[in-house]
Design a protein around this ligand. Structure first.
Ligand code: SF4
Length: 243
């Protein structure tokens, strides 16, 4: 597929997970099959008629976009490749447009390494792009705090296909149940290769987290009883008031 739908393009510092602090080109894809209760990118949930390039001034351009349109957006952002640590492909759910994404990745316009941020529920779509991706940042969605159904089998198959490229983020707040964290971490423990895991306190735009220290410690203990590499990292871009 030659065209796709974006929500926005910008350059910022990665606020989450294994590559936190790295300066990346962010391409936010539009459209997502889920509706997590805590979703902090509501503007990316459906495919809109246009997308925004956050350069010095905001430029709005029509959707759907071609590879040339994305090259133009990258040029407009004006940050030299040598001062970027690659691309964060985020959403919405980028894998909902896997056929376009694979065309984009093969075009070579995106700086490497290419980090895919995904809800981790579309394993068959991941298979189409995984060879072109360097790092897979997948969520494991917990029904106790998403308000969605459980995706245990989808997550298991997704993790299998992502292999050594994967790390996992598990978003936690006061609604998160021990049982869900137990189930998620058991699934990760069964993976063939060790997977770094980030318990990520859901963080508000006012930089407070939606969980207290006692509860966070408890969930950490549940995770750590099955896994070696578990870290607690909030959404640091919100603390820094970044996009
Ligand atoms: S998967 Fe991500 S973009 Fe989609 S609803 Fe959940 S938090 Fe929002």
């Amino acid at each position: 597929m030659d065209t796709g739908y974006l929500s926005e393009a910008f350059v910022s510092f990665q606020g989450e997970g294994l590559h936190v602090g790295r300066r990346q080109l962010f391409l936010r894809f539009a459209g997502c099959p889920l509706r997590c209760r805590y979703c902090d990118t509501p503007d990316s949930l459906v495919r809109g008629e246009s997308f925004v390039v956050h350069a010095g001034v905001e430029e709005r351009r029509p959707n759907p976009v071609s590879i040339d349109d994305i090259s133009w957006a990258i040029e407009t952002l004006g940050v030299p490749r040598r001062s970027l640590d690659g691309t964060a492909i985020t959403g919405g759910e980028p894998l909902a447009q896997a056929d376009f994404l694979v065309t984009l990745l093969r075009s070579g316009v995106l700086p490497r390494p290419r980090l895919l941020e995904t809800a981790g529920v579309l394993p068959d779509e991941l298979s189409k792009v995984v060879e072109e991706i360097d790092v897979v940042s997948m969520d494991i969605k917990l029904p106790s705090n998403t308000g969605e159904t459980a995706f245990w089998d989808e997550h298991r198959r997704f993790l299998q296909r992502a292999g050594h490229k994967a790390y996992v983020k598990i978003l936690v707040d006061l609604a998160t149940s021990d049982d869900d964290v137990h189930r998620a971490t058991s699934l990760i423990a069964a993976a063939e290769t060790p997977v770094p895991v980030f318990l990520q306190p859901i963080t508000t735009r006012k930089a407070s987290t939606l969980i207290d220290a006692e509860r966070l410690s408890r969930l950490f203990d549940v995770a750590r009883s099955r896994l070696q590499d578990v870290r607690v990292v909030p959404q640091t871009h919100k603390i820094m008031q970044l996009r």
